[in-house]
Write a protein that binds this ligand. Structure first.
Ligand code: SF4
Length: 359
């Protein structure tokens, strides 16, 4: 099949093989790839609307025993710069975000073996009780796995306990690129790709919706990016539990791994290919946090239907060297200037138009 025919096939919802994905990634002209992804996005969401969520990320601890080489945020145990927030400190941050309209909080940190499951249960129960308007979309697969080790339990048992304490959904963090060669090079102490998928499957089968991410641009090859998409798509075939896919690129400036930042064109290519390849995942998020708001705006023409969150605060990506921030007004302006109406959503993609800023 020609590249043009493959693009037509994918733009109308046809399924691509791994070989098709690699071929389109390498050979399709960028704007034709983008046009096909945009067509697909318009088919899925014909209304001229772009959604976003008011959210924040609370990085409650930077102590971590995983030591990823692409991470500038973590500190090993006993390090003088290590910190762990108290419950009161986390709740203060939740209150600050809730006062600004946040409906979603991501409590996420390092894999700190000094924190046990009851620490999180007590925290989540307090958040649920004191801030019922806020959904707890929190903890990475790595943190769930770390808690399972601390407790001598299965990840499924940990997820069940956390769900009962108030966890509403699981972010897709910690996937990077789900290929064993890549994991060994950038996060050798992290769980292997099959374990990541297993914990995601457990979460989804327990009724917790999840997102999926890809941190690209470290050391992976282009065909490994497509392998990652294939792993995510296969689990979605099985469970239907992913709400959105969020590709974002590695920020190298302060990390041990170093390297080069991905270019804007590469970012757009990954987005468009993701929209076409992941025909079974409903939403594609523009991750403005690493490429910035202007690229985030362009992303709306390369397959994205969602601007992600306001991310009122965050440390992990900023410690790696990102300086990007956004206010609600800025997010709404770039959406409007792209010809769409901004609409607030919650974690489950329920629209909350009553929360939009006055124009
Ligand atoms: S990316 Fe997460 S798991 Fe890896 S070192 Fe940083 S905090 Fe730890």
């Amino acid at each position: 099949m020609s590249v043009a025919s493959l693009l037509d096939h994918a733009a109308t919802g046809g399924r691509l093989s791994v070989a098709d994905g690699v071929r389109l990634y390498r050979e399709a002209p960028l704007h034709e790839l983008g046009a096909a992804a945009h067509y697909r996005r318009q088919m899925l969401y014909p209304e001229p609307v772009v959604t976003y969520v008011i959210d924040t990320t609370i990085n409650y601890t930077n102590i971590c025993n995983v030591h990823c080489t692409f991470c500038a945020f973590f500190r090993p145990e006993k390090h003088a710069e290590g910190y762990t927030m108290s419950h009161e400190q986390v709740l203060d941050r939740v209150k600050w975000a809730a006062d600004q309209g946040a409906t979603q909080i991501m409590i996420q940190g390092g894999v700190n073996p000094e924190l046990d499951l009851s620490w999180f249960e007590r925290l989540f129960e307090r958040v649920r009780r004191e801030f019922p308007e806020v959904d707890i979309h929190s903890l990475s697969v790595s943190e769930i796995n770390g808690l399972a080790k601390v407790e001598g339990m299965t990840a499924r048992e940990v997820l069940e306990r956390l769900r009962d304490a108030g966890l509403k959904s699981l972010p897709g963090a910690g996937a990077e690129v789900l290929v064993e060669r890549v994991r060994q090079r950038i996060s050798a102490r992290k769980i292997v790709p099959d374990e990541w998928i297993g914990i995601m499957r457990d979460a989804q089968l327990l009724g917790l919706p999840t997102t999926a991410t890809m941190m690209f641009g470290s050391i992976e090859r282009d065909e490994e990016r497509i392998e990652h998409l294939e792993v995510i798509r296969s689990l979605q075939d099985e469970t239907g539990g992913f709400t959105a896919f969020i590709p974002w690129y590695y920020v190298p400036y302060a990390t041990p791994l170093k390297g080069q930042e991905a270019t804007g064109l590469e970012y757009l290519r990954v987005l468009a290919l993701s929209r076409l390849y992941l025909h079974n995942i409903p939403h594609l998020q523009a991750s403005w946090l690493t490429p910035g708001l202007k690229m985030g705006q362009l992303a709306l023409f390369y397959g994205c239907d969602d601007m992600g969150g306001t991310i009122l605060e965050e440390r992990v990506v900023h410690d790696a060297g990102s300086t990007n921030t956004a206010t609600r007004t800025q997010l709404e302006n770039i959406i409007r200037q792209a010809g769409y109406t901004p609409v607030i959503r919650d974690t489950y993609w329920n629209l909350r138009p009553e929360m939009a800023l006055a124009t």
